[in-house]
Design a protein around this ligand. Sequence first.
Ligand SMILES: Nc1ncnc2c1ncn2[C@@H]1O[C@H](COP(=O)(O)OP(=O)(O)OP(=O)(O)O)[C@@H](O)[C@H]1O
Ligand SMILES: [Mg+2]
Length: 258
Amino acid sequence: MTTHYEIVPEIACTRTGKQYRQGAEALRDINFTVYKGEILSILGPSGCGKSTLLKMIAGLTSVTSGEITVNGMTPVNARELVSFIFQDATLLPWRTVKRNIDLGLELEGATRERRDGKTEEMLALVGLSDVAGRYPRELSGGMKMRVSIARALATRPRILLMDEPFAALDEMTRNRMNDELLRLQKQHGWTIVFVTHSVAEAVFLSSRILVLAPNPGRVLEMVNVELDRSNLAEVRSSDAFEQEVSRVSRILRGAHLA
Ligand SMILES: Nc1ncnc2c1ncn2[C@@H]1O[C@H](COP(=O)(O)OP(=O)(O)OP(=O)(O)O)[C@@H](O)[C@H]1O
Ligand SMILES: [Mg+2]
């Protein structure tokens, strides 16, 4: 019912651990697989290693024990497949909205024409066509986040790693972005790993939720989300949604106590 993704492994963590050179053990013995075309969310208390895990998958920080493969490659070799949307949207202050979105394409060496077309498409997608010429300092937090999402999508990644991308948004806007993300994901078949502190957001978006416990960060449970998403507009007000949110909340409380 809810499994519209293929059962092909895209990201695999095997006994993965992270020990920062200065600091405590951030993650220990993490085992899970993310399948192609799946949205998997990660929930867990602050400091349990969610961002660290995403950075390792992205090849931005080393894996210090065990292994991670992305499409059968090391994270560093798979970088081209992956786009990372950070917890704190980092836009270049001296570039306009349009030219910030342009950045990834510019680094890829795309032609001016392709960049312009793609940038306009992305601006429309995140509803920012009207502010294309503004600078980041003239935008709200939510708008900045939408620019960084547009920038990440412009390079046509097939794997998206999203670290609390909608945390700065008000609830209405966040819901709209969630709807939009699901729609786009379906259309493009992206594989998404989505970190959030919102149980409702994780339940709404994902087929499975990885719940981590802290000190050191480890897997508490992999939760299958049972939800019929055939009519998106009705999902949030359904009994099934409410039940899944309470069930996952209970599991997450366990992580805070662990
Ligand atoms: N560069 C670093 N050097 C040393 N320790 C680090 C580094 N980055 C993170 N840590 C530590 O690793 C642990 C996990 O941090 P991480 O940022 O991955 O947690 P998180 O689950 O994303 O937290 P939050 O929900 O607050 O974003 C924390 O104890 C943190 O202090
Ligand atoms: Mg984090």
